[in-house]
Design a binder for this molecule. Structure first.
Ligand code: PLP
Length: 359
């Protein structure tokens, strides 16, 4: 297997791929692949419901929350959130932390009134803003934040208490990487293709009261109440992707749930950040230490030429996906749940060797 540091679609656990392979052609003696089955049949429906309850169980099964499986990626949620929750006379608060937060804000402005509730622009988006003293006007519809900025490599480790104003988070790049209190949030969502499974399904977990009723004028497919009332089976769901999510959730349970996964992730990220910090300035981390993501490790070298050389030589040595996003440059190692510790140890060794021969 390649050392896969892609930002998304990203590495999946080997065990999950192997199990899916074993039942790919004949799912549990049915003579069919799960992807060939009717989404209205009992076999598929049990997978669908199992994935929903497994996911909530990882958060302690809080009451009043519902899991939706949608399509169109996290990007579609950028539009659906304001379409469903931002009514006339209200304004939505957006926390600006970098590239993805800005995309969400841009969509909200196309729909209605939105304001910047907090921003780390002045810090070059190298850290997340302090949200402990967030002040929200009375007519705030909701507050939106990006828990992990995939491109900049920053992350929140604490979330604000927004009282009766729903807090909504794009958790595309760090969902299920560590425990958090789901009840702090009105809604969290994530495209699956980093920590949850293959692309094609978007997971939404939200308080039922937010999903029960959408504005009457919205087209059916863009309404949360459509998907809520039809249990994400209003139209054909991305059934194979949902099946894979269920398999990934089983794997997370086997790793000791979210607490077990967090321990592994801290060990993995710790090893890589240590290599950066102890390189005597040869490598420099992009994110400020207190905002460093456990999922996307962004770093730079002394010059762009050296960075190009690093990318080229790392590819030749079997490392995939280390080139930073074009908007921030440099290097990025995405080390989602499924990236094994050994891949990071191998990368750290490569970084040391590269430093020795280019110092
Ligand atoms: N939000 C974040 C934080 C992301 O990292 C990404 C994708 O990489 C997206 C949103 C967009 O997700 P999608 O491609 O599923 O629309």
């Amino acid at each position: 297997r390649a050392y896969n540091f892609n930002a998304g679609p990203a590495a999946l656990p080997l065990e999950v791929l192997q199990r899916a392979q074993a039942e790919f052609v004949d799912y549990k003696g049915t003579g069919m692949s799960i992807m060939e089955m009717s989404h209205r049949g009992a076999v598929y429906e049990s997978v669908h419901h199992e994935a929903q309850s497994r996911l909530l169980k990882l958060f302690g099964s809080p009451s009043g929350y519902k899991v939706l499986f949608l399509q169109g990626g996290a990007t579609t949620q950028f539009a659906m959130i304001p379409l469903n929750f931002l009514s006339e006379g209200k304004s939505a608060g957006y926390v600006r932390t970098g590239s993805w937060a800005d995309k969400a804000l841009k969509e909200a402005k196309l729909v209605g009134e939105a304001f910047v509730a907090a921003s780390s622009e002045s810090a070059g988006f190298r850290q997340v803003p302090d949200l402990s003293k967030l002040e929200l006007p009375e007519q705030t519809a909701y507050v939106h934040l990006t828990s992990n900025e995939t491109i900049e490599g920053t992350s929140f480790f604490e979330y604000p208490d927004t009282g009766s104003v729903p807090l909504i988070a794009d958790m595309s790049s760090d969902i299920l990487s560590r425990p958090f209190d789901l009840e702090t949030f009105g809604m969290v969502y994530a495209g699956a293709q980093k920590n949850l499974g293959p692309s094609g399904v978007t997971v939404v977990i939200a308080r039922e009261e937010l999903l029960e009723q959408s504005p009457k004028h919205l087209p059916t497919i863009f309404r949360y109440d459509t998907h809520y009332k039809n249990d994400s089976l209003y139209n054909t769901p991305p059934s194979f992707s949902i099946y894979m999510v269920n398999e990934v959730l089983k794997w997370i349970e086997e790793q000791g749930g979210l607490t077990g996964i967090e321990q592994l992730n801290r060990k993995k990220a710790g090893l890589l950040y240590e290599a950066i910090d102890q390189s005597e300035g040869f490598y420099s981390g992009f994110a400020q230490p207190d905002s460093r993501s456990l999922m996307n490790v962004t770093f730079r070298l002394g010059s762009e030429d050296l960075e190009k050389k690093f990318v080229k030589e790392s590819e030749a040595a079997g490392f995939v996906g280390l080139k930073g996003h074009r908007s921030v440059g440099g290097l990025r190692a995405s080390i989602y749940n499924a990236v094994p510790f050994e891949a990071i140890a191998a990368l750290v060794q490569f970084m040391e060797d590269f430093k020795s021969s280019n110092h």
